[in-house]
Design a protein around this ligand. Structure first.
Ligand code: AMP
Ligand code: ZN
Length: 114
């Protein structure tokens, strides 16, 4: 289940390099190339789903594994506090249409997000 034109499918397949920090049976976590916090990691399912809702409907186990993987990375990097974000749709800033959970940590954050 991959898309030949998808950047994150290519990272999962190791056809495009990334700084991978954590892997599980269903997920891969790597550092964001344009970090918005001292720690900014993206956790993606190995299979291609366009957004978080599609993943939850199609593979709920992988959907849960994204969250547990993000928490494991936060703990490993010493962060008790962190923010998890799924952007869904270009209108709110989704630019890569392979679902990815942003895990941001290491600085104070405001609410609501911009
Ligand atoms: P979004 O805007 O929610 O779709 O998030 C896409 C994220 O992917 C952005 O934070 C980008 O900085 C990040 N990104 C784009 N290309 C790469 C890449 N080759 N390696 C790591 N992160 C990337
Ligand atoms: Zn993909």
């Amino acid at each position: 289940m991959s898309d030949a034109d998808c950047l994150f499918c290519k990272i999962v397949a190791q056809e495009v390099p990334a700084e991978v920090v954590h892997v599980t049976e269903r997920t891969v976590a790597f550092r964001d190339i344009n970090p918005q916090a001292p720690t900014h990691v993206l956790v993606v399912p190995r299979d291609h789903y366009e957004n978080a809702a599609a993943l939850a409907a199609g593979d709920p186990v992988a959907s849960a594994e994204l969250v547990t993987a993000a928490a494991a990375v936060a703990t490993a990097e010493g962060h008790a506090d962190y923010r998890l974000v799924f952007n869904t749709g270009a209108g709110v800033g989704q630019t890569v249409f392979h679902t990815h959970l942003h895990m941001l940590a290491g600085r104070p954050m405001t609410w609501p997000p911009g």
